[in-house]
Design a protein around this ligand. Sequence first.
Ligand SMILES: Nc1ncnc2c1ncn2[C@@H]1O[C@H](COP(=O)(O)OP(=O)(O)O)[C@@H](O)[C@H]1O
Ligand SMILES: [Mg+2]
Length: 224
Amino acid sequence: MSDMLQLQDISKSYPMGEERLQVLKHVCFSVQKGEFISILGASGSGKSTLMNIIGCMDTADSGRYQLDGTDVFRLEPGQLAMLRNHKIGFIFQRYHLLPQYNVLQNVMMPLLLRGLTHRQAEPIARESLARMGLEDRLKHRPSQLSGGQQQRVAIARALVGRPALLLADEPTGALDTATGREILRLFQELNRQGHTIIQITHDLTVAQAASRVLHLRDGVLTAQ
Ligand SMILES: Nc1ncnc2c1ncn2[C@@H]1O[C@H](COP(=O)(O)OP(=O)(O)O)[C@@H](O)[C@H]1O
Ligand SMILES: [Mg+2]
């Protein structure tokens, strides 16, 4: 198997008065293509900071990050945005769907941002929604759906551009236990189909749905 991503000696700090608050401390890990891993950590341990770096939304103070063969920290901001759009599908705790658009339009959005026309984007978005069992909800607004359905729309949107990596931040955090379990089973199924998935969570039970759990404690990452 080959690496999907590799982080080497990643450190990140924020200014705090005269000092700096060290949030990530020499973080090293790699994820192979086809893996499903969880990063588990308590509130304040540095999860969001690490997720922003993995998701190419922020850079580190030092260290190296290779994503699917690209040396991420060498890129200009425009190239970084392009890499993010092409390589990563994001899934958030509160879905982040656009409320003024219907389900189909939400899922078409990443393709339109890539420059596809409506005609090109629509059948691809429909197929992605059908995979999530939502083919009969295309014209609904997000607010007309349950939390679990909204998260499945968000997963359809994350998958529509065939990203190399699915990156999920507390994907079950806003859902009841049974619906959360359904979403985790969906991730396991997507993983069996070959998708590489990283989920970030504070919940051990949720983390254990993955095949490998890494633990973040005060900015230090260790295998569990
Ligand atoms: N932009 C920022 N400026 C200053 N401190 C920050 C910033 N972002 C996060 N922090 C601090 O870094 C630590 C880790 O935060 P975060 O990565 O959000 O952790 P988590 O997502 O695990 O709760 C916290 O102490 C937080 O207050
Ligand atoms: Mg956080």
